[in-house]
Design a protein around this ligand. Sequence first.
Ligand code: AMP
Ligand code: MG
Length: 312
Amino acid sequence: MDASLIRPADSAGIAAAAARLRAGGVVAVPTETVYGLAACAADPRGVAAIYAAKGRPSRNPLIVHVLGLAEAEALAVFDDRARALAAAFWPGPLTLVLPRRAEAPLAEAVSGGQPTVALRAPAHPVMRALIAAVGPLAAPSANRSGHVSPTTAAHVAASLGPAAGLILDGGPCRAGLESTIIQLAGGEARLLRPGAVPAEALVAHTGPLAGANTQALIAPGMMASHYAPRQPVRLDAETARADEFHIGFGAVAGDLNLAPDASLEAAAARLFAALHTAEASGRAGIAVAPIPAHGLGAAINDRLRRAAADHP
Ligand code: AMP
Ligand code: MG
């Protein structure tokens, strides 16, 4: 790992990051979900650099991060329900996929060929300071495409190395899971990705949620194999073999326990770090204790199923 890539997320670090972004470069930034690899959403050079650094297929759209609703409405067409969701959950880990405005100052590649754009107002002060300095930022997770998401600066350095440009270190991410993504089109609300806002919290605003239509869009977080360590991953494992690293939960102790008190918030925050630790252990496989399916458990189990899926 190259430690010189990593800088504290203080005012000098943020100014250096803003200069790189204005010059069409990328920087890795802490958010409340995971570390993002950011570029100016209006700059085709920066957006192209994100795809190149991650090895991300060009048809997979990026989330655009804004300060709030006023900035978002310049980029996409909001209806009353979208405004109510933004009012209730922004700033925070909810992404809205909405019709993109024709005149929106966004690089074409941000939408990956879709007529829509995905928007989120993050809560993390470092990410917000950068958006305030340079405008809306496109930012997927700061890892090689398909690999485990980063929740520390060291995870970013290990996955992307110098391709991250500059990594602002803001400590471990609070939520530890990516945003929940909702697509609003016509009368329908569709859950494209479970995430850090539990679906149970959304339905009061959206009514019943349709599931993701995986045929309609090839998108990274929706591919069967994603978030994948190098070793095979085995789920719902109460016990582990000697050659497996065991990730525990609640009463299942494991080599490392996501949450001895069975808190799903704590487990979500530690999940990706646990997968990084398990991968680095060098054991032949990874076994994961059962995790409940309700609340944040839906997103945790979604990530684990994709981590366990056969690589393409
Ligand atoms: P990531 O930035 O890696 O967390 O992934 C971004 C996710 O946002 C993708 O997996 C897509 O599911 C979703 N997304 C982004 N833009 C769009 C869009 N225009 N239409 C549908 N889904 C989108
Ligand atoms: Mg990702």
